[in-house]
Design a binder for this molecule. Structure first.
Ligand code: OFO
Length: 170
């Protein structure tokens, strides 16, 4: 039987995943309104990915017969100086998500909740990929600086992203 402290923490994480989706949708809007349509598409895919993260947690809570709480999602206002600044904020956000998942994993361990611990390892591995992805994009933008053709090329490359549901069973 899953413990109340774990359910509360997972409900908190559920809210953070939906909030992440919201953040990326906001970043997508920032990118499109600043002429980076490829980046807008890329952030829209990231938004969709975060929804799948949230829904994986949602299903787990359901399977555990836990009381699911859908809390308020904080309003947001993306302020950035440039497109690379947006990706830097996203990278920082992912680092915060990693810390949150690590704390949750510690909690599951403390309660000897192996099922939740095992679920959380999926998220933690996913975070390694996400952080690497953001860091790689930031490096590319840093490399081109303000060069118009460079920015255009990165935007085009990011716009080619195809959505793959990371939670889909293979
Ligand atoms: Fe990218 O954060 Fe979800 O887990």
């Amino acid at each position: 039987m899953i413990k109340k402290e774990i359910i509360d923490a997972l409900n908190g994480q559920l809210n953070k995943e939906f909030h992440s989706a919201y953040i990326y949708l906001g970043m997508s809007a920032y990118a499109s309104s600043n002429g980076f349509n490829g980046c807008a598409k890329w952030f829209n895919m990231q938004y969709q990915e975060e929804v799948t993260h949230a829904m994986k947690l949602f299903r787990y809570l359901e399977e555990q017969g836990a009381n699911i709480k859908l809390k308020d999602i904080k309003a947001l206002n993306i302020k950035a100086d440039s497109i690379v600044d947006v990706f830097k904020k996203a990278y920082k956000h992912e680092q915060k998500m990693t810390n949150s998942l690590n704390d949750l994993s510690d909690l599951a361990m403390k309660h000897k909740d192996h099922a939740t611990y095992s679920l959380l390892q999926w998220y933690i591995n996913e975070q390694v990929e996400e952080e690497a992805l953001f860091s790689e994009i930031i490096d590319k933008f840093t490399m081109v600086g303000n060069d118009g053709y460079g920015l255009y090329s990165i935007d085009k490359e990011l716009g080619a992203r195809v959505f793959i549901d990371p939670t889909a069973e293979v």
